[in-house]
Design a protein around this ligand. Sequence first.
Ligand SMILES: *Cc1c(COP(=O)(O)O)cnc(C)c1O
Length: 400
Amino acid sequence: MTLALHTPPPKLDALMNVARRPDAVFTHGHGSWLHDSQGRRYLDLVQGWAVNTLGHAPPQIAAALAAQSQRLLQPGPGFFNDRAAELASRLAALSGLDRVFFTSSGAEANEGAIKLARKFGQVHRGGAHEIVTFENAFHGRTLATMSASGKPGFDRLFAPQVPGFPKARLNDLDSVRALIGPQTVAVMLEPIQGEAGVIEATPGFMQALRALCDERGLLLILDEVQTGVGRTGTLWGFEAAGVKPDVMTLGKGLGGGVPIGALLAREAVCCFEPGDQGGTYCGNPLMCAVALAVLDAVTGAGFLDAVAARSAQLREGLDAIARRLGSPPVVGRGLLLALELPGDDAATRLASTLIARADEAEPGLLVNAVRPRRLRFMPALNVEAAELASALAMLDAAVS
Ligand SMILES: *Cc1c(COP(=O)(O)O)cnc(C)c1O
């Protein structure tokens, strides 16, 4: 397929202004490369916000979409379909959880987890409904998931909040204990807080939390929307701590760029009855076919070994830059890493500089300033060693 590289820039003022975005208008991509309407190219370590597991426009996804689009798009959520059944079985077998409900986004999967926990509280815990969540957590942008989030400012935006989400401090078990009462039904967290700046829940904390939940009869809900499906170097983020959740949510990387999320739970927790939960596009076979192709790739021989190798390469390169700048060592796991830069807004300014340097001769570099002083790296899981080497060289030159 040939694509016109120089198309007139489309008018942008019909789009609601919900984010500060650079001027480039992206038109096509391939693997780790993204191209804009002016013929400029960019090495992309943002990858749709950690969603493009296999990079831009991977052939497996194009093939899955083409094949499934000619068979069945969506018979409707009131009927079974073969792709959703197959994907649910695969996810159950791979996670050790028992049942799956599909959604179209991560927020919707978390919203479903919150509903499932509240229903569980009604059925098994005398109406307990509070879910302990964490400061700086991010669980999505529906009203309930914003209320569950601990992002500064979310408590006032669109007030009043949905009640029932007391906030503990990550890696501080006493702060969790202090919030548990007769109304508590669950504890919910991200194995690594991505939007907070790549802040890891320590293995010790995760294990202690699992023990605490068992002791108090609480559900442990893990939001693996960002950490799931190989992003942290293991298939699931929870593997690093060796703890199993009662409920887990997925999104982002599961679809490799298409909208699909999932809510998974242990059999004993699955208390939804017909009519409790649903959604028009839930479990549509078109998106399920894509997620199956993504899982095929990620569980394929050698795939996660390559993620570990690329992770080591990126960490080593970033750590060398960190040492030169006098910054602390890189944080994160797998291909979800972050680098702290000295100076106010240093990350924000560097991310803009790297994208702005693109002209027809030189490529730009896309990185995410997750915090004003912190850069986050979330390349495609199949990024090549040479691509990471170029990205590190561009970064190195830009910080010098
Ligand atoms: C992105 C994200 C979400 C929200 O997912 P959407 O698909 O944007 O609704 C929820 N939780 C975590 C940890 C995320 O990173």
